[in-house]
Each structure stands twice: as structure tokens, then as C-alpha cells.
Write a protein that binds this ligand. Structure first.
Ligand SMILES: [Zn+2]
Length: 395
């Protein structure tokens, strides 16, 4: 039986709602996946994450490989047991982190920051057909990651969804580089699937990753190649462009070329407007650092499209404000009845309580957005829900 059951489709877009079945339970889609990068959703315990309505979290292969090591986690019975999250877990492949060390991120490139290369950030020493040699950002030791290594780590972690190891193509490269890089990703896909067939946990679902940069023919070709493989699901990765409209275009080319029946994950994207558009383009799941990272830096999500759904509580203008963070917000943080003045004070002093509770509020906000989109799909009114969210309705 295919892992994804589609329950409803939107007549006006490619959106669908469904249930994705894994060894550790069901994921209601569309779904947002909070990051548990280093085996914890920072500041929260698993029961709180589950109570917010999230079905799945994402662990990071690269970071857990370096610290504490996948063999140690295996000795504790795998990542679920180690961190006490008994629901579904997806692990990324480490490809993004490994290649980010060499190229910097798209944001780095767009802003003209050079690629890393300091000991502090680690360093890529060699990218070869066999795999990538890099220097650990933790202790400077030389490490190697190949497609097979990534799959072996993810097998040891025991995640429910594993992502294949890909070459994350940088943004500012020419067509020839992008084409060669995408072809390597396809060869690495075969190696990942071969390793998994021979050694991987039978119940672990494997997602291939579509690359191809921002070039339509390469994206479509990559989508078709991944779809023709025996992977269980399909993730969309790599550089999606410098601006939102370009990103939507790239995602649109990709989902148009994908088969309906397999689940689709959009890697590293999750701003509020991106979630709405991503769902319309036929994405089933998203992961993004945004809500948790913002929460640790004093930024709260509020229904204000003009300000990218954010309010910066560190701003002095809130010092005397007796406004609530968000009127009527049902989350546990807002239930404290705190004023923006108090949030400002907590933020300015980097109080753990503020960081933790703001993480909770932001995740609750994102989850309500995604839940409303799903409800809209199931009730046949996605267009109405999408318009309301875009217009600044409180989810
Ligand atoms: Zn709240």
C-alpha cells in the first residue's frame, strides 16, 4: 500500500490533503515539521510539541553524526527513544549542511557573503564522486560522508523518513555546473537506494531529492528522474531562487512533473505565505527553522502580512505597551496574559522563559495556519482559507 492516502483535492489548484502512514504513526498532510536539529525542539519537550498538534519532527543527520554520533544514539534504541519523541521522525541527509560549508547558503550568496572556510564553521576539503571530505566544525577532525554513510547514519537513527544524500547545488553557478551537479545527485540517489535495499530498515521510507537549480528543463528532468526511481517520497531541494516569485515558479515546475501518488516535501521553506502557496502548488509537508529561530530572537508571529507576519519584541516601542502579544491567541504562552511590555523586557534580557514561550507561540501559530489549510481542503474551501490567511486573518 502506498504510504500516502489522499483524502481531498482542491479543484482550483494542485493542493491535496491526506494521511501519510509511517512506522511510528500517521502524519496529517499538509503538515509542518518543526526542527529537532540536535535531537530536541529547542526549549520544548516532546509532549508540548505533540500537544501543539504536530505529528512529526525533523532530526539533522549531519549534526547528530558529529555529536553525539549515530552509534551512541543507536545504543539508546534510536532517535525516538533517545529524545523521547515516539511519533514519526524525518531525518535530512546531511547534504545541505555539508555543501553549505563549501558554498555558503543561498542567503550568503545573495548577500555577497563569501563561502565559509573558517575552522569555526568547518570546511569542505574535497567533493568527489565517491563522497565529500570535510573538517568537523566541532573538533577540526577530518570526516567523510558518502551517500552510503548518510543512509547508514539514518538507519542507525531509525528515522521513519530518510532523505537521500544529494549535492546541494549552489545558486550562483552556471548551467553546466548545475547540470553536472544534478546528474551526480541522480547517481547518488541510486547508491542510496541500493544501500537501503541491502541494509536499511524495511519500514523506513526513503525520499529522493529533486535538484536542478532554477532552470526549468533541469528541474523537470530531475523531477522525472527521481519519480522514475523506487523512492517512496520526493523532496524538493537546492537553490529555489533569490526571490519568492522565482521560488514558486521552480516549485511549480517541479510538482507539475511529479506523480500524484507519492508524498512531496519542500525542504527548508515555511514562511506563512510560502506555506499557503506551497500547499496550492501541491506540497504535502514543509520544514523550516523560522518559527523556532525567530522565537529565540524575540520575534513573534502575528497576522500581519505587511510585516511578513512578524513583530519584533526587542523594539523599544513596546517598552510601555500593555497590548497582548496576540489578542485571542489560544496558545499556552498567550494564556499567561503577558503584555508586550513584559515580552519586550524578557526579550531584552534574553530570558529563557521568553525564548521558550515565544517558540511555543510561534509554533502554535504555524500549526494553526497549516491546520486551517488542511480543514479548508477537506471542506472544499481552500480558496477561502488561503485568501483569509493572506489577508491577515488570525489563524
Ligand atoms: Zn500565542
Amino acid at each position: 500500500m502506498p504510504p500516502l492516502e489522499i483524502l481531498a483535492r482542491d479543484a482550483g489548484s494542485r493542493a491535496r490533503a491526506g494521511i501519510l502512514r509511517t512506522a511510528h504513526g500517521e502524519i496529517r498532510t499538509p503538515a509542518f515539521v518543526p526542527l529537532a536539529t540536535k535531537a530536541t525542539v529547542r526549549g520544548l519537550v516532546p509532549a508540548e510539541v505533540a500537544a501543539l498538534g504536530f505529528d512529526i519532527v525533523l532530526g539533522n543527520t549531519f549534526h547528530l553524526f558529529l555529536d553525539p554520533g549515530h552509534e551512541l544514539i543507536r545504543s539508546f534504541g534510536g532517535l525516538h527513544e533517545f529524545m523521547g519523541w515516539r511519533g514519526p521522525i524525518v531525518t535530512d541527509s546531511g547534504g545541505f549542511q555539508v555543501f553549505s560549508m563549501g558554498h555558503g547558503t543561498v542567503a550568503d550568496e545573495v548577500k555577497g557573503r563569501s563561502a565559509f572556510g573558517s575552522e569555526r564553521h568547518g570546511r569542505v576539503l574535497a567533493i568527489e564522486e565517491d563522497g565529500v571530505t570535510f573538517r568537523s566544525y566541532i573538533d577540526g577532525s577530518e570526516r567523510f560522508m558518502a551517500p552510503e554513510t548518510s543512509m547508514a547514519i539514518q538507519a542507525a537513527l531509525g528515522s521513519d523518513l530518510a532523505l537521500v544524500f544529494d549535492e546541494c547545488t549552489p545558486f550562483h553557478v552556471d548551467r553546466d555546473y548545475t547540470a553536472r551537479s544534478t546528474e551526480r545527485t541522480h547517481r547518488w540517489l541510486d547508491r542510496c537506494l541500493d544501500w537501503h535495499d541491502a541494509n536499511g530498515p524495511a519500514e523506513q521510507l526513503v525520499y529522493g531529492i529533486v535538484q536542478g537549480g532554477v532552470l526549468e528543463d533541469l528541474r523537470v528532468e530531475s523531477a522525472q528522474t527521481i519519480a522514475a526511481s523506487r523512492c517512496d517520497g520526493i523532496a524538493i531541494g537546492g537553490s529555489l531562487g533569490a526571490e519568492k516569485e522565482q521560488m514558486y515558479e521552480v516549485v511549480g515546475w517541479t510538482t507539475a512533473a511529479l506523480p500524484e501518488e507519492r508524498p512531496r516535501h519542500l525542504l527548508g521553506i515555511g514562511e506563512i505565505d510560502d506555506l499557503v502557496r506551497g500547499v496550492e502548488l501541491g506540497i504535502d509537508s514543509f520544514d523550516c527553522a523560522m518559527p523556532t529561530r525567530l522565537g529565540r530572537h524575540g520575534m513573534a508571529l502575528v497576522p500581519d502580512p505587511e510585516k511578513r507576519w512578524r513583530v519584533d519584541l526587542a523594539k523599544a516601542r513596546w517598552r510601555h505597551s500593555d497590548e497582548p502579544l496576540l489578542e485571542g491567541c489560544p496558545c499556552a504562552a498567550c494564556a499567561q496574559g503577558w503584555t508586550r511590555g513584559y515580552w519586550h523586557y524578557l526579550t531584552r534580557n534574553r530570558e529563557l522563559t521568553g525564548q521558550r514561550m515565544l517558540t511555543l507561540h510561534n509554533l502554535a501559530f504555524v500549526q494553526r495556519v497549516v491546520a486551517r489549510l488542511r480543514d479548508g481542503l477537506l471542506s472544499g474551501d481552500l480558496a477561502g482559507v488561503a485568501a483569509a490567511i493572506r489577508g491577515g486573518a488570525t489563524p
